[in-house]
Design a protein around this ligand. Sequence first.
Ligand SMILES: [Zn+2]
Length: 246
Amino acid sequence: MILKVLGSGSAGNCYIFENDSEAMILEAGVKFSEVKKVLDFNIRKIVCCLITHEHKDHAGHINEFLNDGITVYASKGTINNTLIKGFRLPLILKAGTLLRIGGFKIIPFEAKHDAAEPVGFFINHEETGNFIFATDTYYIPCVFSNLSNILIEANYRQDILEENTRNGSISLAQRNRTLQSHMSYETCLKTLLANDLSKVNNIVLIHLSNDNSNALDFQEGIRKETGKTTHIADKGIVIELNKTPF
Ligand SMILES: [Zn+2]
C-alpha cells in the first residue's frame, strides 16, 4: 500500500491510500481534479472518501467528490455543518461503529477539536496492518493495539507558539484556539509513547502549522524518542505503508 499526500495543513488536506486495485481517500480538502491526476484518472478504484470534520481545509471540496460519484462518509455533525450542493449526500459514520469498505475496516473515534462532531480513524487493511489517522485533535482519548503505522498531528510546539504570541506574529485568540483544537508536538510524543510501538514501521507527522512548528526538529525528535522511521507529510510525498518493513 502506498500513501500519497496531496496536502497536509491549513492550506488543504488530502491523503490517498492506494494499491493496485483500490484507493481510499481521507479528507476532501483539495480539488477533486488533483486527486484524479494523482490516480492517473482511474477514479473507479476509489472505494470511498472519509472526512474527519467540516472545516474547509478538510471538507471544502466535498461537493466535487460527491458530484463525481465518490462515496463520501462523514459524521452527522459534519454533514449538518457542510453545505451540500447537488442530490448526492454523504453517508453517515459514527465513532465506535465499524465500517467495511473494500479491503479496509475502519473504526472512527472521537477527536477533540472545535468542530461539531470530529473524528479520527483506526483502520485495518491486510497490507498495512492496523494504522491510525489522527488530525485536528488536541488529545486522543484512547490507545490502540497492534499498530503497524501511525499518522498523527504534530501542529505546534509550545515554545514556538508562545514566542509567536509574544512577538505578535499570531494573536492571543489564535494562540488560545490552537491550544484547544490542535495537537502539540509534546502531546504527540506522549500519545505515541502511550501506545505499543513495537510493531510500528512508520510514523507520519501531519498537519504541521506553518508558523508554529519546525519540521526538521519534529522529525528528528520523534525519530530519536521512538526509534521509528518518521516522516513529515509534505505535499507530494509518497510513502510505502505496509505492515512489514520490507
Ligand atoms: Zn479543523
